[in-house]
Design a protein around this ligand. Structure first.
Ligand code: ADP
Length: 316
């Protein structure tokens, strides 16, 4: 991975201009640019924390940056967003990634275009389940093939990006942690928890013991979102207190356990036909298994990948 100068990156983004900005996240801002060799890139520039009271934040941020850089430079897989370069000049923390033209899965599932038919994710179960399979393979790589294994800690649809040909890739390793040993036997104890509400493993939250099974939980929420078209958490105030489910787990899991798949497919997703019916039911079931309250009861990513491979084959 290449080291860029601040001058180069500033020139490529017109001085980090608003027009070049394509998003912002917990880390800072993301800009779109084209390298002199024609490659499109996404440039992630961390917020600059300056002096005094912010010193601790700045220290944490620098540590997170180094950690992301270290992790990213070690991994290489077609379902993980590739790091192409970085810049650490004059207090700046900038990462340069391959550009993912179709953006984040979150926007295709829940954005304005979600139901408009523009996104192939809306019209085809094969495309929808392929996204799940791609992302599962990315996470499986982190757990099983990265040395040492890596726990992502923030699996969610806004961290699953889509390439030009709709290949899904997992991104955002800012919170990732190198796993201690084989996960389920010796969990890594962390100081405090990190992740996103709605996706965070309740067992990890309670015990602060992190294993690969926490990623499996988050991935299960993503699977349930893909199958139902619903958000992880409903923020609709009108539903509060009315007894209706407030998250996708409460909505989907009882129906899946009762074998009533039709109940969770209520018009936000394409209607499954032929073999798709069986495929969708299997994916809903594996999603429900991934979000079991106890980590030990959940499958491992290789099992999730095998199930999804089978489901995609059924849809072909
Ligand atoms: P967060 O910290 O909220 O996970 P990020 O800082 O990773 O978000 O990214 C914010 C947004 O920028 C993403 O939701 C996505 O729309 C866009 N983005 C990030 N990385 C890329 C990329 N490699 N290619 C295209 N868009 C990207």
């Amino acid at each position: 991975c290449e080291e860029f100068t601040l001058k180069d990156l500033s020139r490529l983004t017109n001085g980090f201009a608003e027009e070049a900005k394509i998003g912002s996240g917990s880390f800072g801002s993301v800009y779109r640019a084209k390298l002199p060799d024609g490659r499109e890139v996404a440039i992630k520039r961390a917020e600059r924390a300056s002096t005094g009271a912010r010193r601790r934040r700045r220290f944490d941020a620098e540590r997170a940056f180094r950690s992301e850089l270290r992790l990213l430079s070690r991994v290489n897989h077609r379902n993980l967003v590739s790091l192409l370069g970085f810049c650490e000049e004059r207090g700046e923390r900038i990462l340069v990634f391959e550009f993912m033209p179709h953006g984040a899965l979150h926007d295709h599932l829940h954005g304005e275009d979600a139901g408009s038919g523009h996104s192939p994710l809306f019209s085809s179960w094969e495309a929808r389940l392929r996204v799940a399979l791609d992302a599962a393979r990315g996470v499986e790589y982190l757990h099983c093939y990265a040395v040492p294994p890596i726990i992502h800690r923030d699996i969610k649809p806004s961290n699953i990006l889509l390439d030009d040909d709709w290949t899904a890739k997992v991104s955002d390793f800012g919170l990732s942690l190198v796993s201690g040993a084989s996960a389920s036997t010796s969990p890594t104890t962390t100081s405090g928890t990190a992740g996103t509400v709605g996706y965070m493993d309740p067992e990890y939250y309670r015990l602060q013991e992190l294993t690969e099974r926490s990623d499996v939980y988050s991935f299960g929420v993503v699977l349930l979102e893909l199958v139902t078209g619903r958000k992880a958490i409903h923020r609709d105030q009108s539903q509060e207190g009315s007894g209706s489910p407030r998250n996708v787990i409460e909505f989907a899991v009882p129906a899946v356990e009762a074998g009533n798949i039709a109940k969770i497919l209520d018009g936000r997703v394409p209607e499954p036909r032929g073999h798709e019916v069986e495929a969708v039911a299997r994916v809903a079931k594996i999603g429900a298994e991934c979000v079991r309250p106890r980590g030990r009861g959940r499958p491992v990513m290789s099992e999730v990948v095998a199930e999804l491979e089978w489901a995609v084959t059924l849809c072909e």
